[in-house]
Design a protein around this ligand. Structure first.
Ligand code: SF4
Length: 528
């Protein structure tokens, strides 16, 4: 016993496998090695029943629980008005609006904005299964719910703001406004002239009549009805495209009637300049964000490609949603104009924006003409003694004449053609100018504009303006990058407006989850 070595079982079996063997043992080993190992088969053809604890499908701190809790605090009676199924009466119960709102909010937060995709996710995704109680919600129901309750959705957005305000997340001390272009659900080649659309309407009418005249042998009733419906929908779209021509004419935005085009797919979309410099059928989404915690306090979709006329309506929407005027509004050069400076002054709203010239024009007002910011008219130096300007290249712009428009007097100055045509900076200063020199205007500066210009020279105002990009552009970036809403899923100004509202509603609920719900959860977990 003293000399007996104790060997671990694993080591013993390892040694055994390397033990020199005699002939009989070797044959047995060969035989064993020749037999293949046997594994359990994976059967993907089977249909199986499984016990699922729906409540435990997602973690306690899952965002779906937070969304369900938050939506549960809202008054959803605006969605119940059309529900016919009532307690005590026969018939299938309707889907709870709390479920449909939660499903859309959760889906947008996950970058899913297609009703069909949500229907599919309901079949297997744990968060969707938890929300629905392991049921599947039909894509048509979801799709209709998203765009058929305009007033209820707007009411919901205001309710969310009221809850966030009560929670101390909105102050309205500083509100930033920014616009972002989101592509319409229409291709660039869907734009047609008025004549082409009138022809297409005629053709669609002829096709409807041809389908009407088809005999039963030629077409089954179902197929004929489907064709008729498709043609009538096409006619309707073309009809609204014709109305858009009238609207464009009334707006005075048509420069050349012959060149004007309207989309036959989404007639209310407009071709707009994109951040990458290209052009695409789009809508302009105006977002007002409270600087305190980044809550979106107003949103609207407009057809205008520029932002000049959007500042006052933006302030109006904030007032409407929260019953209070913001103390300060911050916006980029696209919103700076004499009219906006005057309007904000009259409303006692402090306006912070980039520097402008004496006429109240921001730098972006020159962008459309290809003028670089370094050659903005505010950088031309006025010399009262000679009543002329000096350009950044040191050339003189001489007085040319006086102009009076909307009771505003302005004086025009122009550089010599020879100076500009041979200038190294012509491409940045006046690229479209082929036969004359660069011109600028000096306006009789209004006291309000002078005050704005003076304020924007102070370090305090500049520092506030520097915060603009981070606060104002975050919701826009989030909506496009995280919610993947780079193109609308629906068509027409009203429906597109609702989709933008869903995205901003989701954004605000995400802010609440991050700033309030997560903290409450952490405190509750620590206390448990
Ligand atoms: S293009 Fe004319 S105005 Fe402009 S910088 Fe050159 S010389 Fe001056």
């Amino acid at each position: 016993m003293e000399n007996e070595q104790v060997m671990l079982p694993g080591l013993a079996s390892a040694q055994q496998s390397y033990r020199p063997t005699d002939g009989a043992a070797s044959e047995k080993d060969e035989e064993e090695r020749a037999r293949k190992p046997r594994f359990e088969q994976i059967d993907r053809e089977q249909l199986c029943w499984r016990m699922v604890n729906v409540e435990r499908l997602i973690a306690d701190d899952h965002a779906a629980r937070a969304i369900w809790e938050f939506v549960g605090k809202l008054n959803l009676s605006g969605y119940s008005a059309e529900i016919r199924a009532v307690e005590g009466m026969a018939g299938r119960p309707a889907l709870n609006p709390q479920l449909l709102v939660s499903l859309w909010v959760y889906s947008y937060s996950q970058g899913v904005s297609s009703a069909r995709a949500i229907e599919q996710l309901c079949e297997w995704d744990p968060a969707y299964q938890w929300l629905t109680g392991a049921a599947v919600v039909n894509a048509h129901t979801l799709s209709d719910f998203r765009v058929q309750h305009d007033a209820a959705l707007k009411g919901l957005f205001v309710q969310v703001l009221a809850l966030l305000s009560a929670d101390g997340l909105i102050t309205l001390e500083r509100v930033m406004q920014d616009g972002t272009k989101i592509r319409a659900a229409a291709a660039s080649d869907s734009f047609r002239s008025k004549e082409r659309i009138e022809q297409a309407i005629k053709q669609a009418q002829e096709q409807v009549e041809a389908v009407d005249e088809m005999t039963e042998e030629e077409s089954t009733r179902r197929v004929a009805k489907a064709r008729q419906r498709a043609q009538r929908e096409r006619q309707q779209r073309l009809g609204s495209a014709l109305k858009e021509f009238e609207k464009l004419g009334a707006e005075g935005s048509v420069k050349d009637k012959k060149k004007t085009r309207v989309s036959t797919t989404d007639p209310q979309a407009r071709v707009m300049k994109q951040p990458d410099g290209g052009f695409a059928p789009s809508y302009n989404v105006q977002v007002n964000t409270d600087a305190a915690n980044g809550v979106v306090v107003a949103v609207e979709v407009v057809q205008a490609g520029n932002d000049f006329e959007q500042l006052t309506p933006g302030v109006d929407r904030v007032e409407h949603n929260l019953g209070q005027t913001p103390a300060q509004v911050v916006a980029d050069g696209g919103y700076v104009s004499r009219d906006n400076i005057l309007e904000m002054k009259s409303r006692r709203v402090e306006f912070i924006g980039p520097q402008c010239d004496e006429a109240g024009k921001g730098k972006s007002s020159y962008e459309g003409r290809g003028v670089s910011p370094e050659y903005h008219s505010s950088l031309f130096v006025y010399d009262a003694a000679t009543n002329s300007f000096r350009c950044p290249q040191g050339k003189q712009l001489s007085y040319e004449g006086k102009e009076e428009r909307n009771s505003q007097v302005s004086y025009k100055y122009r550089a010599a053609m020879a100076d500009c045509q041979g200038c190294v900076a012509k491409g940045q200063c006046c690229p479209g100018n082929q036969v004359t020199g660069r011109s600028i205007q000096r306006s009789e500066e209004l006291a309000e504009v002078a005050e704005f210009r003076q304020k924007m020279q102070t370090e305090e105002a500049r520092q506030i303006y520097r915060q603009r990009a981070q606060v104002a552009e975050t919701p826009n970036l989030w909506i496009k990058a995280k919610f993947r809403l780079r193109q609308f899923n629906v068509r027409g100004l009203s429906k597109v407006g609702m989709e933008a509202l869903w995205a901003c509603l989701t954004y605000n609920i995400r802010v609440w989850i991050r700033l309030r719900w997560r903290q409450q959860e952490a405190v509750a977990t620590a206390a448990a």
